[in-house]
Design a protein around this ligand. Structure first.
Ligand SMILES: [Zn+2]
Length: 307
């Protein structure tokens, strides 16, 4: 069965200030890296617009209205030190969510083996009651809830290899034994959460990594902590928060991962998904701020998903 790439035609609708690392060019770099000549076997779909009212499955009541109220008629407004909302941001967030939901449906119905969504802005820092860290809505959290609500998955796992801890995803599911959240991330680093002692209702598995560490420490974190915990959880569906800012070239972090490390972690997650849930994986882009690092990491990740 095929791997599906869901792309986002309106990725430029979410604007950030000049020099901001989370910029539209990130998606252009991925489009070049995954162009049809290089990946002829990849199924491709343009993201439909998703129902943003579903945000309230994971965010507090009125969250979307509050976000919409901060959106300027033109230009952009600042939400916190590094999070911005522009006039078109909610359109982009809508298709980012639509990408995830469309991928979820295709994988759940068995039309494709797995899927990767190349979307922005990212989502894993958005908490129950606040946008944060470039993220406006926690997209993957909504997809996880829809996997349960619409497709009957009882246990959904989210594994997050973005170099930053997904504080938002952890916050949303902290006391929910039906959703597993496993994360490898550099620590100390933004946002500051993600210590190994943060275990929620036994459904949270954090594997912090020290700056300047690479392949060996990463493999130890997965083989010693995250993969056994994930397998023990027996997910019905696996979602991946795929950030590529652990790449050795990334300007926002100091881990030393190489493209083959993204390939390795992807294959290991696929092995667990094969054993637990018929290989069903939906992967969604989170961070990755070096153009080359992002392009080569995504290519390695998608190549593994297709294998
Ligand atoms: Zn990140």
């Amino acid at each position: 069965m095929a791997t599906l790439l869901v792309s986002q035609r309106n990725f430029e609708s979410h604007a950030t200030p000049a020099g901001h690392p989370e910029r539209p060019d990130r998606i252009r770099a991925i489009e070049e890296a995954l162009r049809p000549e290089l990946f002829p076997a990849l199924w491709r779909r343009d993201a439909p617009s998703g129902d943003l009212t579903l945000a309230e499955l994971v965010h507090e009541k009125g969250y979307l209205q509050a976000l919409a109220a901060r959106r300027p008629a033109e230009g952009m407004a600042q939400i916190d030190e590094d999070t911005f909302i522009s006039s078109g941001s909610l359109d982009a967030v809508g298709t980012a969510l639509g990408a995830g939901l469309s991928a979820l449906e295709s994988v759940a119905l068995g039309e494709v083996a797995n899927a990767f969504c190349a979307v922005r802005p990212p989502g894993h820092h958005a908490e129950h009651d606040r946008p944060m860290g470039f993220c406006l809505i926690n997209t993957i959290a909504v997809v996880a809830r829809e996997a349960q609500r619409k497709f009957g998955a009882e246990r959904v796992a989210i594994v997050d290899f973005d170099v930053h801890h997904g504080n938002g995803t952890q916050d949303i599911f902290y006391n929910d034994p039906t959703v597993f959240y496993g994360s490898s991330h550099q620590m100390p680093l933004f946002p500051g959460s993600g210590a190994a002692r943060e275990t929620g209702a036994g459904n949270i598995c954090n594997a912090p990594l020290a700056a300047r560490t690479g392949k060996d420490e990463m493999r130890e974190a997965y083989e010693g902590m995250i993969l056994p915990a994930l397998e023990g959880f027996r997910p019905d569906f696996l979602l991946i928060s795929a950030g590529f800012d652990a790449d050795y070239r990334d300007p926002l972090a100091q881990l030393n991962w190489h493209p083959e490390d993204f390939s390795w972690v992807t294959r290991k997650l696929m092995d667990v998904a094969d054993r637990c849930c018929g290989g069903r994986i939906v992967s969604m882009l989170e961070g990755g701020y070096d153009r080359q690092g992002l392009a080569t990491g995504v290519a390695a990740h998608v190549t593994a998903l297709m294998s």
